[in-house]
Design a protein around this ligand. Structure first.
Ligand SMILES: [Zn+2]
Length: 145
């Protein structure tokens, strides 16, 4: 009887610290999943400055670029039934919004990511969904023409 009671009280003592460890782990996981996105956004911002915008291919106005958290990216791609592993852009009269796959941003080379940004800018500049035209504009923005 004494042994059993001891065991129960020991479990009670353990539960407190375990719960705290659980909370700490959860917070750590949340931070770990949020921090890379922020770092990736900075990388995107730096790359954007490398694109060569001109009067004929100007930087799109009101252009926001967001590196989505992975869960949100997966959900959006599924919901909108998109066939992309890199980025997608939505445009209307007042808003130009590009969304990036965090996994791609993290694992792509500078060259690949720069091209993706240039390509999405290409869509916004031509205000079209034409992939070839977007690529042509991207080449110019990347200084490959
Ligand atoms: Zn495209």
């Amino acid at each position: 009887m004494i042994r059993a009671r001891n065991l129960i009280s020991k479990l009670g003592l353990l539960c407190g610290p375990l719960a705290k460890i659980g909370v700490v782990l959860l917070v750590t996981l949340l931070l770990a999943s949020a921090l890379p996105v922020k770092a990736q956004s900075k990388r995107v911002e730096e790359l954007l400055n490398e694109l060569i915008f001109t009067p004929t291919t100007p930087r799109p106005s009101n252009w926001t670029i967001t590196v989505l958290p992975q869960v949100q990216w997966d959900k959006q791609v599924k919901t909108l039934n998109l066939r992309t592993a890199t980025a997608f852009t939505s445009m209307n009269e007042t808003k130009n919004a590009t969304f990036l796959n965090p996994d791609y941003v993290f694992n792509s080379t500078e060259h690949q990511l720069l091209h993706t940004l240039a390509h999405e800018a290409g869509h916004l500049i031509c205000r079209c969904t034409d992939e070839r035209l977007a690529n042509d504009i991207a080449e110019a923005l990347e200084g490959r023409q």
